[in-house]
Every structure is written in C-alpha cells, then in structure tokens.
Design a protein around this ligand. Sequence first.
Ligand code: F6P
Length: 322
Amino acid sequence: MKIAIITSGGDSPGMNPLIRYLTRALIENGYEVMGYRSGYKGIAYREKYHLTYDNVAGLLKMGGTILGTSRFPEFKDNPAVREHVKNILREDKVDVLVVIGGDGSLRGAYDLTRLGVKCIVLPASIDNDIYGTDETLGMHTALSTIQDAVDKIKDTASSHDRAFIIEVMGHRSGFLAVSAAIATGAEGVFIPEVETDVDELATRLRKRYEEGRRNSIIIVAEGKASAREVAELLKSKNIGYDIRISVLGHIQRGGIPVFHDRLLAFRLAMGTLKALSQKTFNVLVGIKKDDIAFTPLEKAVKNKKTLSQFLINSVYTFKWED
Ligand code: F6P
C-alpha cells in the first residue's frame, strides 16, 4: 500500500516529529511512503518529496515542516483543481493520502474523499479548534512560547508600572488566550466565546493601580478583538496605568516542539497505523479522553469544537491576585 503525506495550512510545532514518527512507522510496517511539498498545492504541481527512514532523522527537535506547507485557496474554491489533484494521486498510485493540518486542511480532505480519494487527517494547529480531538498538534509548544513571552513582558511592565494588552493567535477560538491567561496569572481575558465585563475589569485594574500593584496583564484572542482596540477601550475607562500593547504574532507557530507535542505526534502516528491496519479510512485521528479516537471526516467537518466548560468558567476567576 502506498501512503502519501502532506502538511497543509498554517504550520505548527510538532509537524516535523510527526513526519518522522509516521514515515518510520509506515516503513517498518511494510508500507510504501512518499510526500508532496507544500500541501495540496504541491500535489497539484506534482512536487514529490522523497521520504526515507534516514532523511527523517533529526526531526524530533525541529519546528516547522520539512515538507513545507501552504494555503491554496484555488483548491477550496475550484472543483476542477480538486479533480486535478485526485487525478495526480491516482496517476502516482497513491492508495491513501495522510493530511497533517488544521481546519481548512480537514475540509480539503473531506472534499477529496467525496471524489473517491481515501484520506486520513491528523489534526495539527496551534489553535486547538478541531472537532474530534481534545488536543491539536502544536498547541502545547505555542502555549509554552506565549507563556514565556508574557512572563518577559511582565518584567518590563513591572519596571514601568504598566498594563499590557497582549494579543495571541487562535483564529476564532479563545483556547490559546484563556489557557495563556491561566498560565500567566493575567488579570483579564477577551475571547470570542464569553463576553468580558469591561467596566468590572476597568474598576479592578484601577484598584490594582491604586494599591500599587506594578503590572496588569490582559490577554486578547485575535478572534475577539485586536490589542489596539482593547487598549483604546481601557484608555477611555481611566484605569490609571500607562497602557502598552504587544501582538505576539508568528513566533507562536515556531520553536522546538515541547515534550507534549512530541508525544502527541507519536500517538497520531500510531493512530494512523491502527486506522490503516483496520482499513478505517476517511477519518480524523484524534485523542479523546486520553485514547486514540477516529471521527468520520464528515462529522468532523460538520461539527464545531467548543471551548471546555472548565476553561469558560476560568474566565470568571481572573480576579486572583498574582
Ligand atoms: O490557524 C493557525 C493560525 O496561526 C491562526 O491562529 C492565525 O489566525 C492564522 O493561522 C494566521 O495565518 P497566516 O500564517 O496565514 O497569516
């Protein structure tokens, strides 16, 4: 059986370890393996990538993806491009396409299955916004990067008696923002899923300022607002502190994959082997309640992942003092 691997959409730290675990596991179990560069686009342009036991060495500690990745709107928008991709896979005698990527990549794979291509999707995104899995590959490293950045910002915030509004990624999900707020003891958080009581927050920040607390940190999910918008809002409420903003941006997607992302990569590779050996195709391989779980692609596409109640409740507890 010939398996082709692509990484697609926004990259995430853990993709390289996954390519390494998966390539070796497939070879050791008698499968033929190949890759295409740059996601669906690389299939369309037939940019093959030779994957061998040896050339995936050293990937466990590497961020990014050696296969490269891209956003390829033509694939989403144009049925003829999808048909072309299907034909290339057929000509290259690919039996199963393994797609490592996020939400858009999952939709792309589902569209291909409707043309008769067998696909397995492995959820990789820093956003943790994919239905059918508790964790997505890269979220642990991204959170560790955000935590490190916020800790550093706190140092300078304290020196200057400032409030910092820090914008994090997450697409339409507040997962990264609320998790980071917990990890850094932020005073407030703005996420798409829950309304923040701005007056209550402003009163609390003002009180902190008057008590001489030397910094205050507010985390904003990009899917809710920009750091600039929140800063303007709080400036109009007279919180006392001098306010600065920081947009963390793409550093959140880079870096050496942390242990939990490497472990997750390993489990997703093992889940893929399990699916292949059972001839379970057209599924998303995820982790649910600490176990490998298969979700039909149609179900994964048609459902929206919601933020856990625990995280939602946490939003209301950002009244602790650090
Ligand atoms: O989906 C991952 C993600 O990093 C989102 O958090 C963010 O909104 C988006 O990708 C940024 O995409 P790009 O790298 O194409 O600007």
